[in-house]
Write a protein that binds this ligand. Sequence first.
Ligand code: NAD
Length: 374
Amino acid sequence: MIIGIPRESRAGETRVAATPETVKKLAASGKHSIVVETGAGMSASFPDAEFEAAGARLASADEAFGADIVLKVRGPTAAELPKLKRGAMLIGLLNPYDAAAVQACAATGVSGYALEWLPRITRAQSMDVLSSQANIAGYKAVIIAADTYGRFMPMLMTAAGTVKAARVLVLGVGVAGLQAIATAKRLGAVIEASDVRPSVKDQVESLGAKWVDVPYANDEERKIAEGVGGYARPMPPEWMARQGEIIHERCKSVDILITTALIPGRPAPKLIRAQTVAAMKPGAVIIDLAAEQGGNVEGAELDKIVAKDGVKIVGYSNLAAQLASDASALYARNVLNFLALSLNVKSGDFAVPKDDEIIKATLVCDNAAVVPRS
Ligand code: NAD
């Protein structure tokens, strides 16, 4: 079989779905040809020659998309869809919440596997692209914040006097939020964090940050807050209002605010209103990691830094792509682990285990039809 790795063409997408390391493993059995589009790894610092040395053949986009198994980071664009071969296996971040995108994929006749829908079970952890990329985004959010903030992060005692440590607040403590806390801690900041899910408190405290508690008024609120499958659910407006008041007060003394709150398949919850931004200290920086899903912060603009009331709000999307090399290395290993459910990399034997829980959860289109989500 032919395994194709096209170059990503979406604006700002620097990652690649396979690296020389994973290509070498895919090619090891000698039974399959690996076809990498020329220049596919360039923006992630993987030159063509390294792919060739790992056993790949360089080819055109048409050839890479026309393979039996196509490995992608992002879903194909309208111009790329016709290049896909009927019956091929397509693996990537196919944006399964976008019904039109899934329909368009289905129309090509490919079997599409959307990695966003990997179940959060132990066996799938090595394939979990959302976690590997969110981890990078959390790290990069702090680096951007430190760069945008006009003061030091750590406390310094110098001959010219003492510099206070920056106060950082992290809202939404999933994978990205935890990494943001860990990174800000390494830079010497004083950190507080909050989340809707009660189970997060211990993780926050174990990283040396202070937990900001938003109390539940009743058992129903607590039940909703526990979320489902590791993910949050939308909270009732009363809880959101209570959270808004508590966070408003905290924000008055915060230098850097990092928001990462997401609810799968829905617009990001609005956690920070304009009046809270206005109450923040001049020079404060907000990094809204949810900007692509509508933003956690009122006034955040996608892929821009906006200044409001002396506060800078950064709404960059796809922060993982700014660490293209490591992001690709981790993503490519996730993809290889997912493909290994069907492909024995040692023997080269290939059979998709259609009844496997992971395969069933991620299959979004098959036989030219959209697969309904169970
Ligand atoms: P996510 O990206 O969907 O959301 C980010 C965070 O925002 C979450 O912690 C969520 O609770 C929080 N949030 C949502 N609405 C909020 C609100 N109104 N106010 C405050 N916070 C809000 O989440 P994620 O990073 O994908 O991870 C969610 C959880 O899943 C984590 O605990 C993670 O450790 C766990 N996880 C488990 C596995 C596994 O078991 N295989 C794999 C990956 C992640």
